[in-house]
Design a protein around this ligand. Structure first.
Ligand code: 5GP
Length: 205
């Protein structure tokens, strides 16, 4: 039987750099696949449907909730976001690793269903730096920025539910740390039962 892939969950406050870290990881890890979330938020300039998100109406999103099509979903910053279940499950069952970039509410839901997942919290080096990054990104209105910064303290209070914490002081270093975590998890005894069975069989011949 194929060894299932690893489910990796990245969370952290808006502006912590999860997106950048994810993109770099996907470039470096051929077995890693990104779960494209569904959202009711409007696309930002440059974002495309099916690539950044599956952009959809509230009605469509509600329909997916009713059909139990989400692995998890949550309301974040006045919009709905959710992880389509089938895509993730099919990949994991075929031995592929999947990364979710989701908020803390969603991560807790996933943890209940997949305690064997790897939960990584990305921290900004400081709150000042976080505010700087969100301002520089220039994708949000002043009101939306205030709202996001107001949520940071609450977001940070969930950190104890994660397995790892990575400070994104420098992107290349943060990516290397996350990569090391994934590599170590791949070597974990609990994820290598096929290999162990093979060795046992050899020993008993
Ligand atoms: P943004 O609007 O900046 O793209 O994302 C806002 C927040 O929603 C981020 O914290 C992001 O991680 C989170 N998010 C994105 N996709 C999902 C998802 O599928 N589920 C949940 N629970 N949160 C998500």
């Amino acid at each position: 039987m194929t060894q299932p892939g690893i489910l990796i969950v990245l969370s952290g406050p808006s502006g912590a750099g999860k997106g950048t870290i994810c993109r770099e990881l996907l470039r470096n890890c051929p077995n890693l696949h990104y779960s494209i979330s569904a959202t009711t938020r409007q696309p930002r300039p440059g974002e495309t449907d099916g690539s950044n998100y599956l952009f959809m109406s509230h009605d469509k999103f509600r329909g997916m909730i009713n059909d139990n099509d989400f692995l998890e979903w949550a309301e974040v910053y006045d919009n709905y976001y959710g992880t389509p279940r089938t895509y993730v499950m099919d990949l994991l069952n075929s031995g592929k690793d999947v990364i979710l970039e989701i908020d803390t509410q969603g991560a807790l839901q996933v943890k209940n269903k997949f305690p064997q997942g790897v939960f990584i919290y990305i921290m900004p080096p400081s709150l000042d730096e976080l505010a700087n990054r969100i301002h520089k990104r220039g994708t949000e209105t002043i009101e939306a920025i205030k709202n996001r910064l107001g949520c940071v303290r609450n977001e940070l209070s969930y950190v104890n539910n994660y397995n790892y914490i990575v400070v994104n002081d420098e992107v290349s270093k943060a990516v290397a740390r996350v990569q090391s975590i994934i590599d170590a998890e791949k070597c974990h005894v609990s994820r290598n039962s096929n290999l162990i069975d093979k060795i046992y069989n050899l020993c008993s011949q």
